[in-house]
Ligand binder design. Structure first.
Ligand code: TXA
Ligand code: MG
Length: 350
């Protein structure tokens, strides 16, 4: 299959291209498009056959449910059977935006979307291109991140092309995504709201609106047989580049010393070594390929660059990567969640 790639200006999306993308979706095809978080791989969310194509294209396990994307609140009533109070408050505060909410599902939502659950994940994105395409299609659009399963989520159209060219119908290139981390997931179907995946809408922001919320324990530690994450996608190996990644935690000065030592040691053994550093620390490394992930005082810059840097470690053919860590408050919690998984939970303390 030849994959059509179309460039679109986020500030002034070309209607003809939007219509073309919507028409492919209406006919049961797959279109990758930008959202404010990461690129999504869209299909008609009410068409089980179209959704099965998503699983095939990504190589995604069939028990991992998809998020339905909407472009207005009228669409929500069609796909959920109830709007819990916590959901209503969260929607009012954070939609449109990088927050996914779990609702009890309506009958029309196929089991292919929900992985057999009685609940459905819904997101109203703020990205103008995403909104226009969803609106023009008139459909709820199922869209997981547009990467091959297991690879870091795509934050550029080029990432999508690398993983999925020749496999999907169309890629809409709207430039780099703003947030760079997948949406926060909040489950509102139980007694208390539960955070299932941290993101740019932080726990602190949610608690300001909802009061105290619970955190799915699987976010904080390596899931095992006794702690299956409530968001099935959180149990899979994710964000994993080819290099072996190790996080080095502790006083920043000691971290730099340790990484310099380890890098020299690995290089002596002929390994190609990379270092994930920051604006503040990048000049203190004495060997290895230094990758600047962003500014420590502005975690949003680190979030925006994280997946690009992980993919870059592959393009550079790095075999061993050492990374600094970040404070787990605000967006830092989401950054550390993704980084820790990418490192296969391999952390050294100094
Ligand atoms: O930012 C995002 O959320 C991006 C963009 C494209 O919107 N999408 C995304 O989708 O990250 P995906 O498929 O990569 O991640 C969806 C996550 C998975 O961990 C999945 O298990 C969880 O949402 N999920 C979906 N439906 C669920 C449900 N009914 N209950 C619990 N978790 C659910
Ligand atoms: Mg994903």
């Amino acid at each position: 299959m030849k994959t059509i790639v179309e460039k679109v200006d986020i500030n002034n999306p070309d209607n003809k291209i939007v219509e073309k993308a919507a028409s492919i979706l209406q006919k049961g095809g797959l279109v990758a498009f930008p959202t404010e978080t990461v690129y999504g791989l869209g299909a008609n969310g009410l068409d089980a056959k179209a959704c099965r194509k998503i699983y095939l294209a990504k190589g995604r396990p069939s028990d991992n449910p998809l998020i339905l994307h909407i472009a207005g609140l009228e669409q929500l009533k069609q796909i959920v059977s109830k709007i819990p109070e916590a959901a209503q408050k969260a929607m009012e505060a954070f939609w449109p935006g990088p927050l996914t909410i779990i609702f009890p599902k309506a009958d029309c939502v196929p089991k292919e979307i929900t992985g057999g659950f009685e609940t459905v994940a819904v997101r109203f994105p703020s990205n103008q291109i995403a909104r226009k395409i969803i609106e023009a299609s008139g459909l709820p659009i199922a869209a997981p991140s547009a990467n091959s399963s297991g690879k870091p989520s795509p934050t550029r159209a080029s990432h999508v092309e690398y993983d999925l060219a020749g496999i999907i119908d169309c890629i809409i290139d709207g430039g780099p995504t703003e947030v760079g981390l997948e949406s926060t997931i909040l489950d509102t179907t139980g007694k208390k709201p539960v955070l299932l995946r941290p993101g740019a809408i932080t726990k602190e922001m949610l608690e300001e609106v909802l009061g105290e919320i619970e955190i799915d324990p699987a976010i904080l530690k390596k899931p095992d047989k006794n702690s299956a994450p409530k968001a099935p996608g959180m149990k899979y190996i994710h964000y994993s580049p080819k290099a072996e990644i190790t996080l080095v935690k502790g006083d920043l000065k000691k971290v730099i010393e340790k990484i310099n030592l380890l890098t020299e040691k690995e290089q002596k053994q002929g390994k190609k070594v990379g270092i994930i550093a920051t604006e503040q620390t990048k000049d203190y490394y004495t060997a290895g390929v230094v990758l600047n992930i962003g500014d420590r005082t502005r975690p949003e810059t680190v979030g925006a660059n994280l997946f690009k840097i992980l993919r870059k470690t592959d393009f550079l053919g790095l075999e061993v990567v050492y990374s600094e860590v970040f404070e787990e408050i605000g967006e830092g919690a989401a950054i550390m969640n993704r980084l820790t998984k990418a490192a296969g939970y391999h952390v050294i303390e100094v």
